[in-house]
Design a protein. Structure first.
Lengths: 157, 283
């Protein structure tokens, strides 16, 4: 009974609707879709901007107390500090190939990446690939005691 | 009289692989939730080490999560192989693609799990994944921001994705399949017992970082890719090569001749990847 009534109602409605009304209905539906699209875009855009923004990490200052070990180097999580013949220098431990953490092999006097075996000199220059770029050099600041002896080395990351 | 070969094929194809896969997934999810309540992404390695050594039953929960996840992935592969062998593809291409998209999501879930360990292997795997993501033209940076961003934020995003993002994505992929097929622990008691027993007697691998470390082997499914990265650029080795296999899987349900070609490509791909993994393992 209900179905029949609703069918009659729909048919009457369709008959009653003029082409102008139908056109208006279609126009309104299209407007609604566009409005929906704009709302979605206005939400998606800030989301991507929010997620895409990278907050710069605070600079880190890592202090290594002097004197360095007799081996002449000191390895930390992110860098290796060498005493050097003239002045101390530090290189990053991040491999320039794919970012693995490199290690200093004391017996062979080279820095090697454990992932793909790229090799570097202690100064960070590429000896053989797959890495193509040298390791990043890091600034080393020397802090001295009153008597002029070295107190510690400060490495900026 | 059936031959031995026929019996083996019947045993393989009637092996309820899907049900087994699902049971392992359930165990993996439940044990993962337990682990997540103790894990601290701010100190990944310290957290893993304390879970393993200090927290009561931490080693057991870690092993349960690790072995159930590994079993899930291996059984999922078996399930897919059997489905392909029997040609029981889904009716429409869209539903097939939606379902099989769950495989790369599963690989990413497994992979992010390795990264969260925070040990030497995990850190190296994370750094490599980040570089591979960044090598993608245009999309690389936003994708890395969304998935990894390890160098800037540690494992925070990896943790969120492992727990929520990838899980939701995986559920979206397999939901119609899950509604159709269910599985019960009571029908897989031997498998459930095997995983629990394994978790009691075998510990989960962990490789602390140490000075002078000369070789890091990635996760077993990553070995071939690790070897390939030695020879070709990260974008090709890490994106295009794996993507070619996924694409082959997506387009598999097609007419007979084309399907044979796609299958031949898939088999060749797997053989080459297997050889590369072998080389990498022997290094």
């Amino acid at each position: 009974m209900y179905n029949r009534l609703s069918m009659i109602y729909t048919m009457r409605n369709k008959e009653a609707e003029s082409p102008v009304k139908q056109e208006r209905r279609r126009f309104l539906a299209r407007c609604l879709k566009w409005a929906g699209g704009i709302v979605v875009f206005s939400l998606v855009y800030p989301l991507f901007r929010f997620l895409g923004y990278t907050i710069k990490p605070k600079p880190r200052y890592i202090s290594v107390p002097a004197p360095l070990p007799l081996s002449g180097y000191h390895a930390e999580r992110d860098f290796i500090l060498f005493g050097g013949p003239k002045a101390p220098f530090a290189v990053s431990r991040t491999c320039t190939h794919l970012g693995c953490r490199v290690s200093y092999l004391e017996d062979r006097q080279i820095i090697e990446c454990p992932c793909h075996q790229s090799r570097f000199t202690p100064q960070g220059n590429v000896l053989n690939g797959p890495a193509k770029q040298n390791l990043r050099s890091l600034a080393v600041e020397i802090h001295r005691n009153d008597d002029g002896s070295i107190k510690n080395y400060v490495i900026t990351l | 009289m059936t031959t031995v070969k026929e019996q083996i094929i019947r045993a393989l194809t009637h092996g309820r692989w899907g049900g087994r896969t699902l049971i392992c997934l359930y165990i993996s999810i439940l044990s993962g939730v337990a682990l997540a309540l103790q894990y601290n992404p701010g100190e990944p390695f310290y957290s893993t080490a304390t879970l393993e050594l200090v927290v009561p039953y931490g080693s057991f929960w870690r092993s349960l999560h690790y072995y159930s996840s590994q079993a899930f992935f291996l059984l999922l592969l078996c399930h897919v192989i059997v489905i392909i062998a029997e040609k029981k593809y889904l009716e429409t291409r869209t539903s097939w693609i939606r379902l099989t998209a769950g495989i790369p999501v599963a690989i990413l879930l497994l992979f992010t799990g390795y990264v969260l360990r925070g040990d030497a292997t995990g850190q190296a795997a994370g750094a490599i994944a980040e570089h591979i993501a960044l090598s993608i033209p245009f999309l690389g940076k936003p994708l890395n921001n969304l998935l990894f961003d390890i160098s800037a934020n540690g494992v925070q995003k990896v943790y969120v994705n492992h727990l929520i993002g990838l899980m939701v994505l995986g559920c979206i992929c397999i939901w119609p399949h899950l509604k159709k097929y269910t599985s019960s622990f009571f029908r897989h008691i031997p498998l459930t017992l095997a995983i629990f027993t394994g978790a009691i007697f075998f510990s989960t691998p962990m490789e602390p970082e140490r000075i002078g470390l000369t070789h890091i082997a990635g996760p077993w499914f990553f070995l071939g890719l690790q070897e390939l990265l030695r020879y070709i650029a990260p974008f090709w080795a890490g994106v295009m090569v794996p993507a070619s296999l996924i694409t082959a899987l997506f387009i598999l349900p097609q007419e007979e001749k084309k399907q044979r070609l796609t299958l031949a490509f898939t088999v060749l791909w797997l053989i080459v990847y297997g050889v590369l993994s072998g080389i990498s393992y022997c290094r």
